[in-house]
Each structure stands twice: as C-alpha cells, then as structure tokens.
Design a protein around this ligand. Structure first.
Ligand code: ADP
Ligand code: MG
Length: 695
C-alpha cells in the first residue's frame, strides 16, 4: 500500500477490485465516489445486544442469530424441491429453509460458512426460519465473544451478483478508510463541544467499524445531528429569504373587522384571539407573513381567516383562498359570504364547474378590483386569473397541494402575505421538520359549547344493535352518516361495496327511512343535489365514500359509522369524526373493525380513548411512520439516511437551535468561519438553493 492516496472525491474505481460491473451496480445505489461510499450507512448493526442465542429462541419473535453452517443441501418433499441449511452457534441448532431459488441458494451457502441470519422464528421439528435475511461473515467476526459490532448494509440483487454482499461492502469500505487522510470537519472544535459531538472523521469510521456499542452510539448521534442540522439550516435560510423580501405592510384594521366581530353569535375563544393577533401583527410588517395555522376539526379556523381577510380589505388589498376540493371551496364560500355581507365586502367563488360567462365576469372583477375576496380550488392558479392587488393568500389543507401550486398563487401578487391552515394536527417534531420555515400558530381550544363525541369500536356481530341505535336517533329527528373507505388500487370494488351497502341498508334495514348515497364518481350536480337534500334533512342516513371527509357541516348529524375503520389512518378517522358533534346534541362515532390484528386493535382503541387531535396524530406517526402519515406524494422530502424524526426529538431540537443561531448571526453564511458549513450545505441542498439567498 502506498499510504493515504485517496480523497472523498476520488472515484470508486481507485479502490482495488472495483471493475466495470461493480461500478454499474454501485452507481445504481448512488455510489460513485469514495465519499458516497462512506455515506452508505449500514441498515443495522449486529452486536451482543441485538443477537439471540439458539438456546433463547421463542416462536413468533423476530431474531438475529450468528452461527456456522453444519449441513446444507437441496431437499425434496411431495410437492417440490427446496434448500435447507442447519446453523449451529455452539448452544443449539436452527434450521433455515428456502422454498424459492433453491438451486441459487445451494450455490451460495456452503457447509462451514459463518452466517448472520434474521427472520421470524417458527417451530417445525425444531426452530426454523423460512426465507431468512442473511449475511456471510468472516471467521473472526464474532460480536458475542469479542464485543465487536458488525455493520450490515442494504444490498440490491445487482450488488449481490457482483459479489458485493454486506461482507464485500465491508471490505471495500475498509480499504477506502485505510487509504484516506483524516476527513475534514465542517464543525469547529468549539461547536462540537457545545453540542456533544465527536469529529466527523471519527463518526464516519465508527458508523462502519465501531469497536464498541458506545463508539457506535456516538457516531450515530453525530450523523443524525448533521442530517437534522442541514435540513434545519435549509428551513432557517428559507425563512430568512422570505423575511428579506419586502412587501406591503397591511397596518390598518379598518371598520370591517369591528363590524363582523360585533355581529358574531359567539365569542372568540382565547386561542382564536391569540392567533388572530399573531396574524394581525405579521400582516402589519413590511415582510411577508409565512404562517401555518393548525387547529383541530371544528376549532374555528374559518372565522379567523375571515377576520384576517377583512384586514387585507381595509388596506385595499385582495385575498385569495384556495381549498383542495370543490365541496370545501363551496363550504368556505358560504361561510365567508355570510359574514362578509355584513361588512359589505364582495366575495366570489371560482371552481372548475363555474360557467364560462360567470368565470369571465369574475376574472374581470379580480383584475379591476371589484371583487375583494375570491375563494376557489386550484382553478385560481390558472394563467388568466389576474389580480389588481393580491395582498393575502390563504391555503386550506395545503399538504394536499403540491408546493408548486402554492407558489403559483403567491406569484400572482407582489409577495403577498401567506397563511396556511390545516386541521391535520402535525406532531411537533414533524411540524418543525416539515414546516420549519414557517411560523406556527395553534388553536388548542374548542368552542365552549362543544360536547365531545363518543367513540366505540365494534365488530360485525354488534352491527344489528348499531343499526337499531341509528333508527332511534333518526326517530328523534337526527341524521346519520355511513362512511366507506376508498382505497385507490381497489377503487372499483370499494365503490361497489358502498353501492351494495346502500341498497342493503335502504331495503333491508331502514326501509321506512330515506337512505342516500354519494360517491366520488358522481357528477357534480348529482353530488350537490344529494348534499342539499341531506342538509334539508330529506335524507336521514347518508352512505358515502370518503368524499365527505372535508367539507360538509351538518349540525343535525349525530351518528357517524365508519366501515372497515382499520383501513384508515388515525388522523383521517379523526377528521371524519369531526363531521359530527357540531351541534348541540350528543354525537357518536362507531368504528366497525373488520381486521383483527393486534395492531389494528391498538390503533382503534386510541380513537376510543381520546378526542385530542395532536395526541392522535402523534400515535399515528409512531404507528405508521412519516411516509404513510403524509401520503406517498411527499415522502421523498423526508428520506433521511440515518435521522428519524419520530424518535430523534431532542437531537432535532438541538440541531434546529444550532442552525437557527448560526443563521441569526450570519444570515447568508458569509463569515469565513462558516465557509465549510456553507460548502456542505450547498452540496446537500443543491436543488433547493433557489429557495434561499445562498448561491
Ligand atoms: P374548522 O377549524 O374545522 O375549520 P370551523 O371554522 O368550520 O372549524 O368552525 C366550526 C363551527 O364552529 C362553525 O360553525 C363556527 O361558526 C363555529 N365557531 C367558530 N368559533 C366559535 C366560537 N368561538 N364559539 C362557538 N362557535 C364557534
Ligand atoms: Mg375548516
């Protein structure tokens, strides 16, 4: 070896034994330089604490075992050939069985191999794992006796085919580290001491080859910190970019706010008042407001957004309110109009279904300033929608829109103030990760007159009782909803199930009651006429697919029955539940469970135990993970290499504080002491630089 000849930017081909095929296979997992290779973190580590001895195996648990292959070969039963190996760890035996790829496995696993295997433990003539995950180890790799830690890497089939299994990856990482000088650290010694961090060089070396669990933990901490730090740096820089863009300060409150306040049939809750004051003081500044308003379903966000809109009007500015669906836009329009009429403020609604003639007149009204407030769907971002002076943009449930669309609406004004509203209570850690560039206000208080909805989980056997309860409620003059899930892949059959259910309920169960059906495939007119019949109580029981999720506000509805409740996320169930309990009567949410796994039982029990949306979303995040929580569309943003926003709360908070302090002192990262941090930031967030003032 000729000493330390490599750098992080050296090509992967500088390592001995990396030829054409491996270059291609490595490129597919994003590795083309030594730096990329060192950033390819293990998916898990084996050490004493993560290993199980064959003498401690328990059926039905997940376990990882290290041992030597004693017997291996193809077997044959009545139906087919399969591959079997018997592993011994000195304490006992474990059978490994592969029904698929038997001949490939027969070539891969030989008597005498040392293996680390993981999987669910079965019992069939002794303990066995079917189709275990496995990694080959070297003879001297023995975490149980040596106290060492063995990294296991994510391996693709292609990598495997070129001989790069976990052991192969370990080998090339080892040889890179051996020929690499100390990896430069972008954090100063002082910074590291302040935040309890080991050096980057140490962290990288130890994430791959720790000689103790303690070293490994320190490495994990440092690398998690770095990931959170640079993401929070992006948030901070975005935020300061917004703050550095001047806009019109909307200082006057005008007569409108007072007129509407005085006309309210209720008093604002303390929370609503605080939030309104936050918004007022933001809008009075000459930098754009960028605020997220979170509040549970029914907490009264709409009236806050109406009052905020009157401030824009008082300063001769227009307001655009964007909602994710037509039903919701329409509902907003009705609420806005009711209050704005009292102050003689003009508002209009623009959606896909708006007629050509009407649309033209609205567009004229917006460009000449006759219309003060426009409510709509994504149709508001079309090119020909031009404002005279757009000063405030309000987006409801913005996570349902792409980022682009929101930006498109903002660009229709001169840096208008921006208010996002959401009824999906986002757990704190997620909020500062995902919306770290916004100021956040929370309405955490329900209007006083609300009676909490009672929730019950039932199974099929109880349905008859539930139906008779619904009948009683209808006899008392109240209304019910039955919700069916619509899962995209199986959309058709679920729709069919809802249709079938409707006909069963209307003919067999509730034959003297009007049972309506509404679903997403219906034409708009059809949906509207059913909704208004329900609003007028001409329909007493409404069977619906989840189109009902947002929007409808029927105070007389007291029972919501949700079929296949286990198929919904908790957050979604909570939103659905928010559709009842809006009036003066006691309301009920019945969750019908048709899946009997422990997990679904546990999840639904949470719904029975609390009405607190934040608690529910926290649990939901823990149980489903961030990708599921937000829906597939946005999960790319949350792809951490090693950080985990669900469990890293304290690290995340420290990293955020550190990043925001640094930006506070050096908003554009111009100080020479921050040069390396700046370089690393640019490297990590190349594609997001345009959202900041860094270039
Ligand atoms: P959300 O936050 O889900 O959008 P809404 O704004 O639709 O909730 O409010 C739900 C209902 O509560 C509406 O009928 C609204 O008029 C009413 N409401 C709002 N604020 C109060 C309050 N402070 N006291 C009593 N009722 C209120
Ligand atoms: Mg609302």
């Amino acid at each position: 070896m000729s000493g330390k000849t490599l750098s992080l930017s050296s090509s992967i081909q500088s390592i001995n034994g990396i030829g054409e095929n491996r270059v291609v296979a490595l490129a597919e997992v994003g590795i083309s330089t030594i730096g990329d290779l060192l950033d390819y973190f293990p998916r898990k580590h084996l050490d004493r604490t993560t290993l199980t001895s064959t003498s401690d195996l328990k059926k039905g648990t997940h376990a990882t075992i290290i041992g030597k292959v004693e017997v291996a070969g193809i077997r044959q039963n009545k139906r087919r050939k399969y591959f079997q190996a018997i592993l011994s760890d000195g304490k006992g035996m474990l059978t490994l069985t592969w029904f698929n790829g038997a001949s490939y496995m027969n070539k891969t696993i030989k008597v005498g191999d040392r293996l680390a295997v993981s999987g669910n433990i079965d019992f069939f003539n002794g303990y066995q794992i079917v189709h275990p995950e496995f990694d080959k180890l070297k003879d001297n790799e023995d975490p149980i006796n040596s106290g060492s830690v063995i990294p296991l890497y994510p391996i693709t089939t292609k990598l495997k085919k070129t001989g790069l299994d976990s052991r192969g990856i370990r080998r090339i990482i080892k040889s890179s580290l051996d020929s690499l000088n100390e990896i430069p650290d972008y954090f100063s010694g002082k910074f590291r001491t302040e935040h309890g961090l080991i050096t980057l060089d140490n962290a990288i070396r130890n994430i791959h080859f720790a000689d103790s669990q303690k070293n490994l933990n320190e490495a994990i901490y440092r690398l998690k910190f770095d990931e959170h730090f640079f993401l929070q740096m992006l948030m901070g820089l975005r935020k300061s970019a917004v703050k550095q863009t001047k806009t019109k300060a909307l200082k006057k409150t005008g007569p409108y706010l007072k007129i509407i306040m005085n006309s309210l049939e209720f008093e604002l809750t303390g929370s609503q008042q605080i939030v309104l004051n936050d918004i007022k003081s933001d809008m009075a500044k000459s930098v754009s407001m960028n605020r997220l308003l979170q509040g549970d379903v029914g907490s009264g966000k709409t009236i806050v957004s109406i009052l905020a809109s009157t401030i824009a009007k008082a300063n001769s500015c227009q307001v655009a309110i964007m909602a994710p669906t037509e039903i919701l836009a329409h509902q907003h329009y009705v609420s806005f109009k009711k209050y704005l009429d009292r102050a003689q403020i003009t508002c209009a609604i623009l959606v896909g279904g708006t007629s050509k003639r009407e649309r033209k007149s609205i567009l004229d009204g917006l460009s000449n300033g006759r219309i003060d407030i426009i409510i709509g769907t994504h149709s508001l971002i079309q090119k020909d929608v031009i404002f005279k002076s757009l000063g405030l943009v309000i987006v409801d449930e913005q996570h349902r829109f792409g980022v682009l669309q929101r930006g498109d609406l903002i660009s229709k004004g001169l840096n208008p103030h921006f208010l996002a509203m959401t009824a999906t209570p986002i757990p704190r850690t997620l909020a500062i990760t995902y919306h770290g560039d916004m100021d956040i206000s929370i309405i955490d208080e329900m209007p006083k007159d609300r009676i909490p909805t009672i929730t019950k989980v039932v199974d099929e056997k109880r349905l008859i009782k539930v139906y008779s309860f619904m009948k009683e409620e209808v006899d008392e003059g109240r209304q019910c909803m039955v919700i069916y899930p619509l899962v995209e892949e199986t959309e058709k059959s679920d729709l069919a199930a809802a249709v079938e259910m409707h006909s069963y309920l209307s003919k067999k169960i509730f034959n003297d009651i009007n049972v309506g059906l509404i679903h997403g495939r219906m034409k708009k007119d059809e949906k509207d006429s059913i909704m208004s019949a329900y609003e007028r109580n001409e329909i007493q029981i409404l069977v619906s697919t989840t189109v009902i999720e947002v929007g409808i506000d029927i105070p007389n509805a007291t029972v919501m029955m949700i079929e296949h409740a286990d198929r919904f996320g908790l957050t979604q169930l909570h939103q659905l539940r928010g559709r009842v309990g809006r009036g003066k009567q006691k309301s009920y949410c019945i969750l019908v469970r048709r899946n009997f796994t422990e997990n679904s039982k546990k999840r639904l029990r949470i719904m029975e135990s609390t009405n607190d949306g934040f608690l529910i979303s926290d649990e939901d995040l823990k149980l489903r993970g961030p990708g599921e929580f937000f829906g597939i569309r946005q999960s790319g943003f949350l792809k951490y290499k090693i950080a985990n926003m669900v469990t890293d709360g304290p690290i995340l908070r420290d990293a955020r504080k550190a990043a925001f302090n640094l930006i506070g002192d050096d908003p554009n990262l111009e100080n020479s002491e921050n040069t390396l941090i700046r370089t690393q930031f640019i490297k990590n967030y190349q594609d997001k630089l345009h959202e900041t003032n860094i270039s």
